[in-house]
Design a protein around this ligand. Structure first.
Ligand SMILES: NC(=O)c1ccc[n+]([C@@H]2O[C@H](COP(=O)([O-])OP(=O)(O)OC[C@H]3O[C@@H](n4cnc5c(N)ncnc54)[C@H](OP(=O)(O)O)[C@@H]3O)[C@@H](O)[C@H]2O)c1
Length: 226
């Protein structure tokens, strides 16, 4: 029987590549808000649409996905906005999706993950955590929180659940192009979503288990070590 994995943000650019690349080796539980995109996956992919900012949905999602031994926290909210236009409600909204939802889902599924010997949790994070750029202050801070969550897993679970942070530079998705045109980020400077999915597949195969808690940079000039 294939191991089971929960992928959040499966309706988006990178999430769709993750589902396509991992489907041969995992029973996939895919979630996102846009149900029509989730319905385009093959029938073998289990899907549940909903909003991760809702605690009620997170409870429903973790019951539905009980049995998974891996999670990819890929869903993300990356608004580009000047800080003068934001307030604490805005910050809370960004943190809810990027940090609180992963904390909550990981907690709710912790005993399920522990059956993976080890269970694996992967965050899809961003270069913004070490090289923040204007307009993404709350986003960068929330992805840093997400990375801390993932780093603490192994120590807290005595190695039963381990995690990796995958920090991305530009990846060619509609979300990237919503704020960066080709003059700002030329196509050759953006990684293909499939390259992210292939790197994540290597992490899930256990190739880097002795480096659990680490942060791996991925960009057109950064790859996982051979
Ligand atoms: N593309 C890049 O250049 C880049 C660079 C660095 C990091 N990243 C990270 O990579 C991840 C995927 O990004 P992407 O480029 O593929 O962007 P995307 O297409 O916008 O994907 C984001 C995903 O998150 C989901 N999502 C957002 N808010 C949600 C909510 N409240 N409830 C449930 N799901 C929600 C979206 O679902 P719906 O579409 O169904 O609403 C979508 O599936 C994100 O975490 C992003 O921060 C991307």
């Amino acid at each position: 029987m294939k191991p089971s994995i929960l992928i959040t943000g499966a309706s988006g650019g990178i999430g769709q590549s993750l589902v396509a690349k991992l489907a041969d080796h995992f029973q996939i539980y895919a979630t996102g808000r846009k149900g029509d995109r989730l319905r385009s996956f093959p029938e073998t992919v289990r899907t549940l649409s909903g909003d991760l900012s809702s605690e009620t949905f997170r409870a429903q999602l973790s019951e539905w996905a009980n049995g998974v031994t891996a999670i990819i926290h890929n869903a993300g909210y990356a608004p580009n906005i000047s800080v003068e236009e934001t307030d604490s409600d805005f910050d809370r909204q960004v943190f809810e999706i990027n940090a609180i939802a992963p904390l909550d889902l990981t907690r709710k599924l912790q005993s399920s993950l522990g059956q993976g010997s080890p269970g694996r949790v992967i965050s899809i994070s961003s270069f913004a955590t070490h090289d923040p750029f204007p307009g993404f202050r709350a986003y960068a801070a929330s992805k840093s929180a997400l990375e801390s969550l993932v780093r603490s897993l192994s120590g807290e679970t005595d190695g039963q659940v381990i995690g990796f942070n995958v920090a991305l530079a530009a990846v060619e998705t509609p979300a990237l192009r919503a704020f960066a045109d080709e003059a700002m980020v030329p196509p050759e400077a953006a990684l293909a979503p499939d390259a992210v999915a292939m790197a994540v597949a290597r992490l899930l195969r256990g190739e880097f288990d002795d480096r659990s808690g680490e942060r791996f940079l991925l960009s057109v000039s950064h790859a996982l070590p051979d």
